[in-house]
Every structure is written in C-alpha cells, then in structure tokens.
Ligand binder design. Structure first.
Ligand code: RB5
Length: 148
C-alpha cells in the first residue's frame, strides 16, 4: 500500500508545496495537505506541529515541511515526542538521514532550493530504508533523551 504523507508550510512555501504535492501524487502517494494555502504572512511553528502530530499519531506515515529555510518549521516539529525531522538541501543527506537516523519528517527551504532539487531530495528520502543495527541503538539513545 502506498504511504500517506502529511505536508505543511508557512506562507513562503506555498508555491514549492504545489510542485511537491503534484510530484507525490504522480508517484501515487496519498497526501494530507495541512496548509497554509494562503499567502498571508503566518507563523511556521503551528504547521510544524500539525505535521508532527499527524505522523506521531500514525495518521500519516511520514511528513514534509517547508518554510523559508526549513529550519524554523523543523525545530518546531522536533519538539514533538517521537519526531526526527531533518532539514535537507541535498539528496545525500536526505538518504542518509533515513538510513542511519530513521527520520520521519523531511524539511527544506523554499528560499534555499528549487523544485527540481526538492523532488530529488524527496525521492531519495522516500526510497531509502532505515538500516537498523548499530543505527537503531543510536536512534534509541536519542529517543531516551525525550524521556529525561
Ligand atoms: C519567514 O520569513 C521565515 O522566517 C520562515 O519561513 C522560515 O525561514 C523560518 O525558519
């Protein structure tokens, strides 16, 4: 069964999000668009949390976040228990972040990368698989920090 991807962005990410959604739908992923779809200036933390909740409650398998740089919105998402969000500007980091860090949310910046690079990053991330083993031990160590 195709995966469900939750996606959200602030006002800076609207255009790039449309390209991303079109790309994901072509690949037959199911997409949950959590906004914003308004060009009115808004605050990114709420959108980071919307996607984070969707992923950690299992309503979506994975999440994608877009703001100007990808930084603010991923910082917000990473405050939610169980989230491992990564900001990527290159496909290699995206791939390794899944293979070694089991990232469940991918973020990028609409002011940093273009739509073609965004699509490459997404494809590498979605195709990669967590390798487990020694990486699982490390991911578990990260999770343990949340329980301190
Ligand atoms: C909005 O101007 C900008 O600060 C936001 O999109 C993002 O880049 C924050 O990290």
């Amino acid at each position: 069964m195709k995966k469900i991807i939750a996606i959200a962005n602030d006002h800076v990410g609207i255009e790039l999000k449309s390209c991303v959604i079109e790309h994901l739908k072509k690949k037959e992923f199911q997409v949950i668009d959590l906004g914003t779809n308004s060009t009115e200036r808004t605050d990114y933390p709420q959108y980071g949390v919307l996607v984070a909740n969707e992923v950690t409650t299992g309503k979506a398998d994975l999440g994608i976040l877009i703001c100007g740089t990808g930084v603010g919105i991923s910082l917000a998402a990473n405050k939610v228990h169980g989230v491992r969000a990564v900001v990527c500007s290159d496909p290699y980091t995206a791939q390794l972040s899944k293979q070694h860090n089991d990232t469940n949310i991918l973020a990028f910046g609409a002011r940093v990368i273009g739509s073609e690079v965004a699509k490459m990053i997404i494809d590498c991330w979605l195709e990669a698989r967590f390798e487990g083993g020694r990486h699982l031990t490390r991911v578990e160590q990260i999770s343990a920090i949340e329980n301190n």
